[in-house]
Ligand binder design. Structure first.
Ligand code: FES
Length: 105
């Protein structure tokens, strides 16, 4: 099911916001080029919100706690101390709005 999350313009370029969608807490992130990505908000290394992290030029978000970097495109953990990926959500942009493909199952 595709859920409207926010407007693209609600997220500053190079920043992230945290949204709740049902059971999910999701970091919705704009890279330096303004493209939108969505990852599970919880760092796979600890109880830290990735939306409070740093968006890198290399399409990554870095957890502020211990510096693990995750790929915006795949959710893969690229640097230690995290080694587990975080879930990634399909983003649909329609008419300036951000929709996420969320499996409510
Ligand atoms: S909690 Fe994110 S890197 Fe440790």
């Amino acid at each position: 099911m595709a859920l409207r999350i926010c407007a693209v313009d609600d997220i500053r370029v190079g920043k992230a916001i945290r949204v709740k969608a049902g059971e999910h807490t999701i970091a919705v992130i704009r890279n330096k080029e303004g493209e939108v990505f969505a990852l599970d908000d919880k760092c796979s290394h600890g109880e830290i919100s990735l939306s409070e992290g740093f968006v890198g030029k290399d399409n990554t978000i870095e957890c502020w706690a211990h510096g693990a970097k995750f790929s915006l495109e795949t959710g893969e953990a690229l640097t230690l101390p995290a080694y587990e990926p975080v879930a990634r959500y399909e983003v649909i942009i329609d008419n300036g709005d951000v929709f996420l493909e969320i499996d409510e199952a």
